[in-house]
Design a protein around this ligand. Structure first.
Ligand code: IDP
Ligand code: MG
Length: 140
């Protein structure tokens, strides 16, 4: 299986509740390696750009407010099939539809405050990693 890198974000609802370690334990237990990581406060401009694909959706403005409401942890996860594996560990967008044992089932507060972001394709993973990290910041 191919080694891939994917972008993960621990969202403000989770950093506020001190869940960074519990969430990352699930990634590490599944074999994903954290090869880059930083905690930061997103500006409104960064959040708008990051979620630009959703700019016409009714929840866009709320989503930008939520993502700037506290610190986030942005990180690069690496491993076999990392893009899909990360999405599987995260669970469905709506925690009510997420499988047992997934991060969103266990920790999400709502469909918006759903604790984690994960890239949805290898192409988007590369774009999203470049949005936050310089190539020299990735451990290889
Ligand atoms: P994903 O995070 O599972 O890939 P997307 O459809 O890409 O889901 O949506 C991006 C983010 O926008 C979600 O993780 C969630 O925080 C928020 N979101 C998605 N759908 C809704 C909604 O119907 N109401 C409020 N927020 C939503
Ligand atoms: Mg998405």
């Amino acid at each position: 299986m191919p080694i891939e890198n994917t972008l993960s974000i621990i969202k403000p609802d989770a950093t506020k509740r001190n869940l960074t370690g519990l969430i990352n334990a699930k990634f590490e237990k599944a074999g994903l390696k954290i090869i880059a990581q930083k905690r930061l406060q997103l500006s409104e401009d960064m959040a708008q750009k990051f979620y630009e694909v959703h700019k016409d959706r009714p929840f866009y403005n709320d989503l930008v407010s939520f993502m700037t409401s506290g610190p986030v942890v942005v990180q690069v996860l690496s491993g076999n099939n990392a893009v899909k594996l990360n999405r599987d560990i995260m669970g469905a967008t709506n925690p009510e539809e997420a499988d047992a044992g997934t991060i969103r089932k266990e920790f999400a507060e709502s469909i918006e405050a759903n604790s984690v972001h994960g890239s949805d394709s290898l192409e988007n993973a590369n774009l999203e990693i470049a949005f936050f990290f310089a190539a020299v910041e990735l451990f290889s």
